[in-house]
Design a protein around this ligand. Structure first.
Ligand code: HEM
Length: 452
């Protein structure tokens, strides 16, 4: 059994890959750390009550944390032990509270005092510039507001997913056939996880492969984490909206499978308005982003984690029936969620002994919770037999991920196919040379060249 060491302090990463890169401790005021407030242009929004009380807003740690997805940031332990509700400044220059223990993170996600929809209020504090209307029509509440909840939830239901899982495996095999025919090394991100996820999302939503590829390629821009929006972001968003709008309004859309067909039949049967059409287009595109992005980022990191933990990978290959709990542990262990889950306090309140003012931005640090020793025994250890039910990788409470069956099935099928067909899967480059993408919402390798 291998143990994930924390970054910094000459930490050694799991398995025989032996990652030894040192990472500066990002606690503000220590060694090479620098206060974020000196490095971001301040927001033009008014200061919040908490900011005024604490003026100037002195950050406890730099934010966002390290972009590497193979080593848990060292500062997580420091935060949990010393500042479970810490002050940070976001890329937009806004003050925010960072919540890092399992108990407090769960409380924030389950307590409606901390609102997701308030993020869309004018003047609300931000993590970074919104490059597409993500908080609009991608939450279940938004879908309820426009009367489309039932249709969407049916399309994401286990029943609907089970109808197309044969296609998931066929697509995985098709992609692996091409890799096996070509021979190693190949970039498993460009040649497997991206196109596979694109196909899965296209199948669920009822879009063509080409349409899915176009939406998938837009992620490179649409989920960048930057202080200000820019022209290319709007062009990118318009392009994907136009493509999906044209498809929804096409006469033959009523014959399409998946969510697209269901929405098209709804508008044909009950009549529609331009506004409702726009809502449908937004829902299709936002679901593609929410699902495609999270699912592909997780799958890529899951493959990497298995390669970095060869004993675990061998065990899983020998016990394919254990795929379900194994995926659960990989979810807990994955660092793919590169940012805090954001909420706005809707009233003055208290959290972990800290006063939080109405309007404050609160960020839930998922890796803080998922590596909390108070919630998981020996959390640094990847243990595929663990059954870690209380992890927060799918969130919790009102906004708990709407498609967990789809997410788990997507990963299980792909991992099974790879383990069966690439018995000697391993990295083609030293792990410490992996290039981790910066300025993006997920922690992800730019490329992941593999041998088998
Ligand atoms: C491994 C894959 C996935 C992960 C790790 C993941 C993670 C999450 C998380 C953490 C949230 C809560 C966000 C918050 O509280 O701020 C969420 C919500 C959501 N996810 Fe997923 N997700 C995954 C796959 C998918 C897929 C495949 C879909 C399908 C379209 C999807 C659709 C959604 C939707 C619609 C919400 C919003 C729920 C709401 O606000 O009511 N997710 N997901």
């Amino acid at each position: 059994m291998n143990t994930r060491a924390q970054s910094g302090g000459g930490a050694v990463n799991p398995g025989d890959m032996n990652v030894t890169r040192r990472v500066a401790c990002p606690v503000a005021g220590q060694s090479s750390a620098r206060p974020v407030s000196q490095n971001n242009s301040p927001s033009e929004r008014e200061s919040s009550p908490s900011e005024q009380e604490n003026s100037p807003w002195e950050v406890d740690v730099e934010w966002p944390l390290d972009r590497r997805g193979d080593v848990v940031p060292e500062v997580c332990t420091w935060l949990r032990e010393h500042k479970p509700v810490a002050r940070v400044r976001t890329l937009s220059g806004d003050p925010a509270w960072l919540v890092s223990t399992h108990e407090l993170a769960t409380r924030v996600l389950q307590d409606d005092t901390f609102s997701m929809s308030a993020l869309a209020n004018p003047g609300s504090r931000l993590q970074y510039a919104p490059l597409f209307p993500a908080s609009n029509r991608s939450s279940v509440k938004d879908m309820v507001d426009v009367g489309l909840r039932e249709t969407v939830m049916q399309a994401l239901s286990p029943h609907a997913v089970k109808e197309v899982t044969g296609d998931f495996r066929r697509r995985a095999d098709e992609l692996l056939d091409a890799l096996l025919a070509e021979g190693p090394p190949v970039d498993v991100r460009a040649r497997f996880t991206q196109p596979y996820t694109g196909s899965v999302m296209s199948a669920i939503l009822g879009l063509s492969e080409d349409h899915g590829s176009l939406l998938m390629s837009g992620f490179d821009i649409s989920i960048m984490t930057v202080p200000r929006s820019f022209e290319g972001a709007q062009v990118n968003w318009r392009k994907s909206m136009e493509r999906t709008r044209a498809r929804l309004l096409a006469p033959d859309a009523v014959e399409a499978p998946g969510l697209l067909g269901a929405l098209a039949r709804l508008r044909a049967g009950k009549g529609t308005t331009a506004a409702l059409d726009e809502e449908m287009v937004l829902i299709l595109n936002n679901l593609f982003v929410a699902g495609g992005l999270s699912a592909s980022a997780f799958l890529l990191l899951a493959l990497l984690l298995l390669m970095l933990n060869r004993d675990q990978m061998e065990w899983l290959r020998a016990h394919p029936e254990a795929m379900e709990p194994a995926v659960e542990e990989l979810l807990r262990y994955s660092l793919a969620i590169g940012d805090g889950l954001p909420r706005i306090a809707t009233r003055d309140t208290e959290l972990g002994g800290q006063s939080i003012a109405k309007g404050d931005l609160v960020l839930v640090l998922v890796e803080g919770a998922n590596y909390d020793p108070a919630a998981f025994q020996a959390p640094q250890k990847l243990d595929l037999k663990r059954h870690p039910k209380a992890h927060l990788t799918f969130g919790a409470g009102r906004h708990y991920c709407s498609a967990t069956f789809l997410a788990r099935t997507h990963a299980s099928i792909a991992l099974s196919a790879v383990l069966e067909r690439m018995p000697e899967l391993r990295l083609a480059i030293p792990a410490e040379e992996i290039s981790w993408r910066s300025g993006w919402i997920k922690r992800t390798p730019e490329r992941l060249p593999v041998l088998w």
